[in-house]
Design a protein around this ligand. Sequence first.
Ligand code: 0WK
Ligand code: BGC
Ligand code: BGC
Length: 924
Amino acid sequence: MDAAGPAGVQQGAGALGCSQEASPRPADSSGLVQECLQQFKVTEAQLQQIQASLLVSMEQALRGEASPAPAVRMLPTYVGSIPHGTEQGDFLVLELGAKGASLRVLWVTLTGIEGHRVEPRSQEFVIPQEVMLGAGQQLFDFAAHCLSEFLDAHPVSRQGLQLGLSFSFPCHQTGLDRSTLISWTKGFRCSGVEGQDVVQLLRDAIQRQGAHSVEVVAVVNDTVGTMMGCAPGLRPCEVGLVVDTGTNACYMEEARHVAALDDDRGRMCVSVEWGSFRDDAALGPLLTAFDRTLDRESLNPGAQRFEKMIGGLYLGELVRLVLVHLARRGVLFGGCTSPALLSRGSVLLEHVAEMEDPSAGAARVHAILQGLGLSPDSSDAELVRHVCAAVCTRAAQLCAAALASVLSRMQRGREHRALRVAVATGGRVCEQHPRFCRILRETVKVLAPECDVSFVPSVDGGGRGVAMVTAVAARLASHRRLLEETLAPFRLSREQLAVVQAQMREAMAKGLRGEASSLRMLPTYVRATPDGSERGDFLALDLGGTNFRVLLVRVAAGGVQITSQVYSIPECVAQGSGQQLFDHIVDCIVDFQQKQGLSGQSLPLGFTFSFPCRQLGLDQGILLNWTKGFNASDCEGQDIVRLLRAAIGRRQAVELNVVAIVNDTVGTMMSCGYEDPRCEIGLIVGTGTNACYMEELRNVAGLTGGPGRMCVNMEWGAFGDDGSLDALSTCFDASVDRASINPGKQRFEKMISGMYLGEIVRHVLLRLTSLGVLFRGQQMGRLQTRDIFKTKFLSEIESDSLALRQVRAILEDLGLPLTSDDALVVLEVCQAVSQRAARLCGAGVAAVAERMRESRGLEELAVSVGVDGTLYKLHPHFSSLVAATVRELAPRCAVTFLQSEDGSGKGAALVTAVACRLAQKTRV
Ligand code: 0WK
Ligand code: BGC
Ligand code: BGC
């Protein structure tokens, strides 16, 4: 080994103590000393190189770049805000790993009153070496045992005990209470823990202990506890720095710069884990032979190289190795060593702190060295002090370079030219080594001159900070529980859906038999799907969806051509008089004819009228009741075709030949059936919802029976109006129904369709606000406004790619300021409401398909469903969830969903074309 470094510390025979008289110092001893201490000197340029290299690694890790593997981890901690002092309550804190072989349990009371502090009660426990190196279960059982001992010893209330775990090791966190240990550091190396969720391990141990029910709601790195514990003064602490047995820092990073996060809003506390920093170019030249020996003999050789130059667990050992080296060179203690000096870990952090503390007299240094079995002379004591100072100075400077790197990162992240920030410091090296913090401050000033940094020593080692995070986590946990309770009724099980399917089957059978049923099962007089021989020009009207359309449909050998125009139906017309409504419709037709050069032509017209009509023929439909916000007077109970013809009659010089009135479900089925003859079900999930299908004629009461089929309009929107869905109905559904223009009606529709989902979400958000889960419990005026939360927002919010950002944009447009937690809650509410709608719709389609399969006596049924409607088409997950539910509930039916491209207007024209073809045939 080279002269400048230590020989193996194994106990060679010659090395033990010394039998002969202390030998005089070799002549070149001061040279040997300088040469030795020089190795711990770090130049400003070297510090700047470390600062720059660490910054590069930090930004690589933030961007999530895996190769080359960044030298630091930059772990999100899920602490998104620094304390706002309102946190309150009593919390347990269990600190593991911050202070070496000690575990601390604290009882912290947060008053929520600025500046009002209650002294935490705490108890420290020494962790036996065999526990620190044993099985993981043993360590967590030990922790649970200490917790129980603390609770037995301290008269604290036992209700709802909530605990925050301060776990000072590198962990991948996926939430405030979910954290996987990456690797042990410092003096720990328990088996079966790396790669495990340490919160679950502690929960299991507390469970096994069984003495107290303690809920573990948060896990926090000690640097975060230190940062969060700093008294909210003029400048809140946004950096937490710990130098105890190990070293690390955390700081508030812009969330948008943390690739691992899907929410780019606000800030997120990131644990740097700079202990693992290594960069051969920047750090290599600084590594002394003492560092290499220390690393080689450590529990984790090759790892945490930077920490091993700074952390309190290693400073004493470095000093010891230097002292052994110098003693062996006869420079110290007369060339004598001692068993204590030769044994690893014998020089403690406290020893170094005292020996290098200028205020500690030579006597104290002597006492410590004598305690190590040495007989120092006065110059030995001075030299030892220099060794301690050299080791600690380097540690403080390296720590400063790392801190300066964090400050530069914050400056760049916030595009601040000058950063003003407070750094909370914690750990015994900071607390006990007065020179350490001074050198740290001075070096930071040199390396980050443009940053105005204040240092705030942590008051209780971060216990309060951990309690702060626990308070936030407890609040989030209770919010999570309240959210789950509120959304639980929307999460329908397979069993519940099967019941809906069976109830719908029964209602279908009753309706077809003409018995009382919430499903009217209305014959549509459409007997056949198009056979492709239809030809001609047809006018079509499409009323009842989001848009009213007038269409010219040209059916030719080459296919169908459509020209259409959308017209609006003002609410005052939709809810005015029937005459006004139909006059408005005729006005639109005339306008369309003029624009299409069809004026004066009397084309056959097919009328898609998307409301429940009892049809007496293809061109006769008695409106049973309005739905979907329509409420024109003098229409219910009337033949809609007659009302239209009357309106045409009122308009001079207009001639129209109304041939057919069809429901939009029928139009959609026909429109898709033109491409796929297996399309025998029509489904609408738009403003309203409904379905139709081809039923065996023999099963439709009131018709002549015989072979063949007829399309039946189920009007399933009214399913459950007999109370059969009450078990599934929530208080939010009741609020929406009560406020609707047709309370008690269209219950199934009001759980599924576009006109209502936004309102259901709004009512749920109002409830969650009143529970304090949303908007900090502040009722938002805008959210009280009916229909302000559009159903299209659900489709936008649930789009995978832009989830949270989208939520924010939408709600901020609504003037609702929200936190990122709020955004997540709104997203979950939208998901719960739309998933229930899709699964109920799926249960309905499964009921129809199974009925068709059974009434056709088939083992397997292959059928297609023509679908239309804004909600079904635009919602990112609705259609796939409907299909999945159908597969679940009707496994013997192969159901294909065809999205209608041209809407049901084309279908109405095809029905008209079929009617004209059939009429033509009977005429010849
Ligand atoms: C387009 C169809 C129309 C139907 C509408 C339903 O052409 O007949 O009423 O879809 O969807 P909504 O417009 O209500 O979303
Ligand atoms: C750990 C960090 C911890 C630091 C200070 C390091 O060994 O990896 O998580 O913050 O020690 O305790
Ligand atoms: C109507 C149905 C229509 C459905 C879809 C419901 O409100 O009652 O006739 O098919 O909406 O538009």
